[in-house]
Design a protein. Sequence first.
Length: 409
Amino acid sequence: MALIVQKYGGTSVGTIERIMAVAEKVKARQASGDQVVVVVSAMSGETNRLIALAGEIDGNPDPREMDVLVSTGEQVTIALLSLALQKLGSPARSYTGGQVHILTDSAHSKARIQDIDGARVMADLNAGRVVVVAGFQGVDERGNITTLGRGGSDTTAVAMAAALKADECQIYTDVDGVYTTDPRVEPKARRLSRITFEEMLEMASLGSKVLQIRAVEFAGKYNVPLRVLSSFEEGEGTLITFEEESMEQAKISGIAFSRDEAKLSILGVPDQPGVAHKILKAIADQNIEVDMIVQNIAADEATTDFSFTVHRNDFNKAVDILHRTSEELGARDVMSDDTIIKLSLVGVGMRSHAGIASRMFETLANEGINIRMISTSEIKISVVIDEKYLELGVRALHEAFDLDENKTA
Ligand code: ADP
Ligand code: ASP
Ligand code: MG
């Protein structure tokens, strides 16, 4: 007998018909002799709908109340799925995050899970029930409802699996696994039968929303076997694995992109010690995260140009702050652009192969795509380009690095 945690995303529970289909799948798994915990998201579109409702009242709503609001989406689906299971004759019980003590810190809208009390869930499982848990939500130590950030149900599932020492955590979604890139952008994308935690973490943090970053972090840290599968068709999906010596490493395993980026530059800043600190401190003080950073000495050697990227949600705030900093430092100008995207090549095999960067840049140049910023690490190369070139860039790189379907496995 195995203990399995299954997570079903928004599309998979988007209608009553689909919830019934999920119930059938869960029931079949349990009938085969396994214990099953199910984590569900809100019905597709629901979280966005709730956020928009609050937006009609206040453009900058209180984070605590927002978490009370958006966590309701998942509460609807746990009840509906339990009813569906019961209808099929399968005893099931639903729980909110708070009810199974998913304890988090108090960072509303981006809370981190600190502890889960698995005892209640185990008692139900041992009594032969299916346990249905609301994804995305928890409670802080004062009992306030918190949420884990967009896509956070993935993290609930992995954390549940870790707490219960489950044999596998299965993420059921609307694609049948992790692909070389988002199959919605490149139809020739190829499903990977395996990907390492390291690469998956990089793909997720560079914008591939198929798994929430924290879910991958958690799975790596607590050694949770993690698999991405389709809710709608049978198949093996993609297993997220630790790097194995024997694994034949492709140079590049995938292409990630993020449409959430915006770029800011401050030009002609006096080139003195402490300038980078002053610019970024003002940004960090407002809780804005900075991603890529580039500093260039200007031709006159007395001043410097400094550019960085932030999340598009923080763009307007960051522009205001930078204008203020610019006045303080006596800079020449501020430039800002929220029509850029970040495109990244990821692969652990990149470490041992020279020339990947130059091939990437050549491929983009051949398509007439101008690179605005570059950043690299051992297993990724990222570039910032104009958003209008997203599809073109992804497809050109996909072909150049032999990732297209029916090429190398
Ligand atoms: P769910 O609602 O089930 O959590 P998500 O929309 O969060 O589903 O994640 C699945 C989506 O992730 C897919 O529909 C796909 O468009 C997107 N995606 C982005 N990058 C990838 C990738 N490399 N492989 C597979 N899917 C990807
Ligand atoms: N419902 C939440 C969201 O839309 C959490 C999730 O789906 O994972 O982000
Ligand atoms: Mg998701």
